[in-house]
Design a protein around this ligand. Structure first.
Ligand code: HEM
Length: 338
C-alpha cells in the first residue's frame, strides 16, 4: 500500500509513544458522565431522541450514517461537546468548513429537529452533545447494529475548533500509522480504531475521497478476478480520473450498504475496500495488528458488535475539562447562548 509517511519508522513509533503519553494529561480520562444524569430533570429524553431518530432513519437510511459520523467528528475535536454543530458567526469560526467536513458532513437538521422536541419537553436541560451521542447510538440500532448504554451529562462548548478539525480528523489518504497516532492521541487504541472504522459498513464516500484508491492500488489488492474488475469499472464510471464528479457518491460497503453488519470487513479481506485508509488496515505491511483484527471481526460478527459498542462508549467519553468548566446547555445547537 502507498503510505503517505513523511517521517521514518523510528520517529513514527516515537511519535505514537509520545502522543499516547501526552494523551493522559490533556484529556480527562474519567469524565463525570452517568446513565441517570437526566432521570429527574428530563426522564423522557431517551424516548424523545429514539422517536425522532427513528423518523429520520425510516425516511432515509443514510441518516444513520450521517449521525454516527457527526458524533465521531464532534468527539475528535476538543472532546464530545457539540462543537461540530456550531454555525459560523461574525465572532465564531465553526468546524463545518474545515476540510474533512466541507461538502461532506451532514445531518445537522436532524439534530435541530431532535433538539426542538427535547426543548419543548425539558427546556434548557439536555446538551446538544448528549443528544448527538444518544442519536448516534439509536441510529446504529435502527440499521441493525448493537445496543449500548449511553452515559450522559456532557456540556456544550462555547467555542469551536476549526484548526483542530483540520488536524485531528483522519483522512482517507493519510496512511495507517498517522491515523493510528490520531486515535492514540484521543486515548483510543488500535483495537478501538479498527472496530470504529467498522462504521463504514453504512454510509457513502465521495469521489474525491476514493479517487486515489481506485486509480491506485485497488487492482493490486483485489486481484484480477472478474467480479472485482467489474466493481472497479463501475467505481471508475462514478469517479473520473482527473477532474469532475468530486461529489459523486457510492457506498463504502457495496454488499449491504444500509445494514450495520460486519460485511465491511469481508470487503477488506477481498481487497475491495473503497478508501485507502480502510484497505490499509488489512493490506499495509505496517498493519500487522490491524490485519488480525480485521480478520477477527470478519469471522466473528458478535466480537465486532461487542467491541464496537465498547469503543463507541470510549469515544463518547472523550472530553476536556474546559467544556465542563465553561460549557453550557445550548438552546439552539447551532449557536452559543447569548
Ligand atoms: C479510521 C479513520 C477514518 C477515516 C480515515 C475516515 C474517513 C472517512 C471518509 C473519507 C468518509 C467519506 C466522506 C465523504 O466522502 O464525504 C467517511 C465516511 C463515513 N465515516 Fe469515516 N473515517 C474514519 C473513521 C470513522 C469512525 C471512527 C466513524 C464512526 C464511528 C466513521 C463513520 C463514518 C460514516 C458513518 C461515514 C458515512 C457518512 C455518510 O454517509 O455521509 N468513520 N469516513
Amino acid at each position: 500500500m502507498a503510505l503517505s509517511l513523511s517521517f521514518g519508522p523510528f520517529s513514527v513509533h516515537f511519535m505514537v509513544l509520545v502522543l499516547s503519553i501526552l494523551n493522559t494529561s490533556i484529556h480527562a480520562s474519567d469524565p463525570p458522565l452517568t446513565l441517570d444524569y437526566y432521570s429527574s430533570t428530563c426522564p423522557t429524553v431517551f424516548d424523545i431522541v429514539r422517536k425522532e431518530t427513528e423518523c429520520a432513519v425510516l425516511s432515509d437510511p443514510r441518516s444513520a450514517a450521517l449521525l454516527v459520523r457527526l458524533h465521531f467528528h464532534d468527539c475528535f475535536v476538543q472532546g464530545c461537546d457539540g462543537s461540530v454543530l456550531l454555525d459560523d458567526t461574525v465572532t465564531l469560526k465553526g468546524e463545518k468548513k474545515a476540510s474533512p467536513n466541507r461538502h461532506s458532513l451532514k445531518g445537522f437538521d436532524i439534530i435541530d429537529g431532535i433538539k426542538n422536541m427535547v426543548e419543548s419537553e425539558c427546556p434548557g436541560v439536555v446538551s446538544c452533545a448528549d443528544i448527538l451521542t444518544i442519536a448516534a447510538r439509536d441510529a446504529v440500532i435502527l440499521v441493525g447494529g448493537p445496543y449500548w448504554d449511553v452515559p450522559v451529562g456532557r456540556k456544550d462548548s462555547i467555542t469551536a475548533g476549526y484548526a483542530l478539525a483540520e488536524t485531528n480528523i483522519p483522512t482517507a489518504n493519510e496512511g495507517l500509522v498517522p491515523i493510528i497516532a490520531k486515535f492514540l492521541y484521543q486515548g483510543l487504541s488500535v483495537t478501538d480504531m479498527v472496530a470504529l472504522a467498522g462504521a463504514h459498513t453504512i454510509g457513502v464516500a465521495r469521489c474525491e475521497n476514493f479517487r486515489d484508491r481506485i486509480y491506485g492500488d485497488f487492482r493490486a489488492t483485489s486481484g484480477l478476478n472478474p467480479i472485482s474488475a467489474s466493481y472497479l469499472s463501475s467505481l471508475r464510471s462514478i469517479c473520473p480520473p482527473i477532474h469532475g464528479g468530486e461529489n459523486n457518491i457510492t457506498a463504502m460497503d457495496n454488499v449491504t450498504p444500509n445494514l450495520f453488519d460486519n460485511s465491511f470487513y469481508h470487503t477488506l479481506l477481498k481487497g475491495e475496500g473503497l478508501l485507502n485508509s480502510d484497505q490499509e488496515m488489512y493490506s499495509s505491511v505496517l498493519g500487522i495488528q490491524t490485519r488480525e483484527l480485521v480478520k477477527k471481526y470478519a469471522a466473528d460478527p458478535l466480537a465486532f458488535f461487542q467491541q464496537f459498542s465498547d469503543s463507541m462508549v470510549k469515544m463518547g467519553n472523550i472530553t476536556n475539562l474546559e467544556s465542563f468548566a465553561n460549557g453550557e446547555v445550548r438552546k439552539n445547537c447551532r449557536f452559543v447562548n447569548t
